[in-house]
Design a protein around this ligand. Structure first.
Ligand SMILES: [Zn+2]
Length: 308
């Protein structure tokens, strides 16, 4: 009644780690889990873990020999080849032509960056869709794991939706654009949408309420993120509060001075951002200036050159 492929695969994985188990032993474990209604990849993972533990083997050491192991994202370690079920949380623009697609996928234990390499010739993933990904390799970059989808990876879209744990991401880069709709804006009191010339797309001409925000694009040379800062984060970053912004607009008789001032202060500067990926935007929870060594060095070099 259990998947014979699963039984054979568990037996092979354990054998590679020097542990001999019989199909009967494996089936018995599956049977126990079935009583708790644990089935599918979760059951396979549990059986493997339980038999490895009984033999005194670390789950991690099972991953070193190229076998594909069903895991949750929370269990992922560098060097593994994994099978997992995950939902695409966010897609990012890639600026490398070696990368077909990159973004974040998640399950109930966490999220991980994924990369579909151009030479994998895989179809691209859809944001919000859930997939079973088999045979992806895990590498580590800046102490963070990433999932690599290459030629040997199989991707199947799932009917059911995988539940994702809410997550935060840290990203360091330069602000390359402050977008329209930043600074002092007016929102519809009914639906909170931004007004265009006093008009809400849904409710027509309304008396708007003022709000302050920044929509920005940050770029680390490889990838970009679209950031949204609310009034509080905008003030923390620029020192411009909502009241100050209103004053500035009144004084200049033009609300766009606020966006211009924000652009002047932030464009081209480096920041480290912590935020939650929400669809295409990252909602900023914290943002601090960062001076990268390279830029500092090149500034010093050009200062020296000018002195010559
Ligand atoms: Zn409205």
């Amino acid at each position: 009644m259990n998947n014979t492929n699963d039984v054979a695969s568990i037996q092979a994985t354990l054998k590679n780690a020097g542990v001999e188990v019989t199909p009967e032993q494996i089936n018995e474990k599956f049977q126990q889990l079935l009583e708790f209604k644990v089935t599918g990849p979760e059951a396979k993972r549990n059986v493997l873990r339980s038999l490895a533990f009984a033999a005194g083997i670390e789950m991690n050491s099972l991953y070193q020999n190229g076998e594909t192991v069903p895991v949750t994202i929370g269990e992922i370690r560098p060097g593994m080849r994994v099978e997992l079920r995950a939902k695409v949380v966010q897609l990012w623009d890639s600026t490398s032509d070696k990368i077909a697609q990159t973004g974040l996928i998640g399950d109930s234990t966490g999220v991980i960056k994924f990369t579909i390499w151009e030479n994998s010739e895989k179809e691209l993933l859809e944001e919000g869709a859930s997939y079973r990904i088999t045979g992806a390799s895990i590498s580590s970059y800046n102490d963070k794991c990433q999932l690599n989808i290459n030629k040997n990876t199989t991707i199947t879209q799932l009917e059911e939706e995988v539940e994702v744990k809410a997550q935060e991401e840290e990203f360091t880069g330069a602000i390359v654009s402050i977008q329209n709709g930043s600074g002092l804006i007016k929102r519809c009191p009914e639906c909170n949408r931004q007004l265009k010339k006093g008009v809400c797309g849904e409710h027509g001409k309304v008396d708007g309420t003022y709000d302050l925000r920044i929509k920005a694009v940050i770029d680390n040379g490889i990838e970009v993120r679209e950031l949204i800062l609310d009034a509080e984060q905008t003030c923390a970053l620029t020192g411009i509060s909502l009241d100050k912004a209103k004053e500035m607009a009144t004084e200049a008789m033009d609300a766009s001075v606020v966006e211009a001032e924000i652009t002047e202060m932030t464009l081209g500067r480096f920041y480290t951002v912590t935020g939650s990926p929400m669809s295409r935007y990252t909602l900023v929870k914290a943002m601090a200036p960062k001076v990268p060594t390279l830029v500092a060095d090149s500034a010093a070099i050009s200062a020296e050159l000018e002195a010559i």
